[in-house]
Write a protein that binds this ligand. Structure first.
Ligand code: ATP
Ligand code: MG
Length: 389
């Protein structure tokens, strides 16, 4: 197994000073899977202060120095370097009460969440795999390190991570790990909603969310995400056919909820406004039946740039016939919003409209244009407006 030259140089620098250093975590997992890691995490026996000194010729960011993490920028590539550590007790099921540093790589690996994430590797020692991570990668299994219910009890976010990794990698969750997740699910109420939302979004936008959502449903995890709203077989079964963006997939997941329920769930997840708006548009539009161009324009008028995602959702759910996405795509450049009309509020004011009736008239004109796009011409629209005066 080969890691890049700059990572080798970082590891050698530690070794030259009598310290050990390894690649760990997701980067090693990805290497074993034959996937190019997006970045490299290094763990070392050196204390943070020593790491700072060793790399004083480089740009170093004190990312989480209290927890032993510094980021070294080597020729533009950031490498997170963390001192081997063990976590103290957990009293609130999310933050360890203390962390202490250790010189034992195996102790460091034992605090990690899953066997596939709890290996270490460097070119001089080779693979350190005390928990059977390589075997679990081979068999496609997410398995907690140690006693699952204790590990999930310490930090319930690990429950979400288990299902997220399973969805990303297409892995199964080992039976005892699944039982532990079920037993500790209530701990999810202690986890910040933002962190839950972030794991949920990574899960649903991954290549294999279907199986994870099924397992989460069958093991009582989903109520901690969606309250009383239950995901149907159609939604779970269809999600992998849905566009792979956050707004599209989250909107699809919520497409069978009552509008009020969908809004409540979205606001409970503390998402950005943009994502919240997009997901709600897709969820709303998924209920539109698109069988012809006029339907498509109506959908675009209602959901804007999310119309094609919404059409796809409605196609997957069987609300719209096949072809709805294409029909919608073809209407993209036709007038579908008040802004596209060949007249505006000023024109109406000149005719004698005022106040609320301006907006109402523009909407009425848009309705006519959605039915017959050809009438979107100034004279024709002014004539229709005059009739309404
Ligand atoms: P990715 O970056 O693709 O999400 P990753 O495995 O690198 O995957 P990170 O969140 O970056 O995940 O964490 C790096 C490593 O730290 C993990 O591989 C795992 O060993 C450990 N880790 C992270 N979060 C936890 C946690 N909540 N409990 C225990 N160990 C954790
Ligand atoms: Mg990572």
């Amino acid at each position: 197994m080969k890691y890049p030259e700059y990572v080798a140089k970082i590891i050698s620098r530690f070794e030259a000073k009598g310290e050990s250093a390894f690649i760990v975590g997701g980067s090693l997992r990805d290497m074993l899977l034959g996937i190019e890691p997006h970045d490299y995490d290094v763990a070392t026996s050196a204390l943070p202060q020593k790491t700072l000194e060793l790399f004083s010729d480089k740009r170093v960011i004190e990312t989480g120095i209290k927890h032993g993490t510094v980021t070294v920028i080597w020729d533009g590539a950031p490498v997170e370097i963390t001192t081997f550590r063990v976590d103290g007790g957990y009293t609130d099921s999310r933050h360890p009460d203390s962390v202490s540093f250790t010189s034992d790589i195996t102790a460091d690996l034992s605090r990690r969440d899953f066997t596939v994430n709890a290996m270490a590797y460097n070119q001089s020692v080779g693979l350190v795999d005390a928990f059977g991570g390589r075997e679990d990668i081979k068999n496609g299994l997410i398995r907690a390190v140690g006693e699952p219910s204790r590990r999930f009890g310490e930090d319930a976010l690990r429950i979400m991570r288990a299902f997220r990794f399973a969805a990303q990698l297409g892995f199964e969750i080992e039976e005892k790990t699944l039982v532990g997740a079920r037993e500790c699910a209530e701990g999810l109420v202690n986890i910040a909603r933002e962190r839950i939302a972030s794991e949920l979004l990574r899960l649903i936008t991954s290549p294999y969310p279907k199986r994870s959502l099924e397992l989460m449903r069958d093991n009582g995890i989903l109520p901690y995400l969606f309250g009383d709203y239950e995901l149907s077989e159609r939604v779970i079964g269809g999600i992998e056919n849905m566009t792979r963006s956050e707004a599209a997939r989250l909107g699809f997941v919520l497409s069978e909820a009552q509008p009020e329920t969908a809004k409540k769930i979205i606001s409970s997840l503390r998402l950005s406004n943009k994502l919240a708006t997009g997901a709600l548009a897709v969820a709303r539009g998924a209920g539109f039946k698109v069988s012809n161009a006029e339907d498509a324009r109506r959908l675009i008028a209602n959901t804007g740039v999310y119309a094609e995602d919404a059409a796809r959702a409605s196609e997957i759910l069987g609300v719209s016939p096949r072809g709805a996405v294409e029909i919608t795509a073809r209407q993209k450049n036709t007038p579908c919003s008040v802004r596209d009309l060949q007249i505006n509020g000023k024109d109406l004011a000149a005719l004698g409209f005022s106040g609320k009736s301006i907006g109402e008239t523009l909407n009425a004109l848009l309705e006519r244009v959605i039915i017959t796009p050809e009438i979107n011409q100034k004279e024709a629209l002014l004539d229709i407006a005059k009739e309404r005066l």
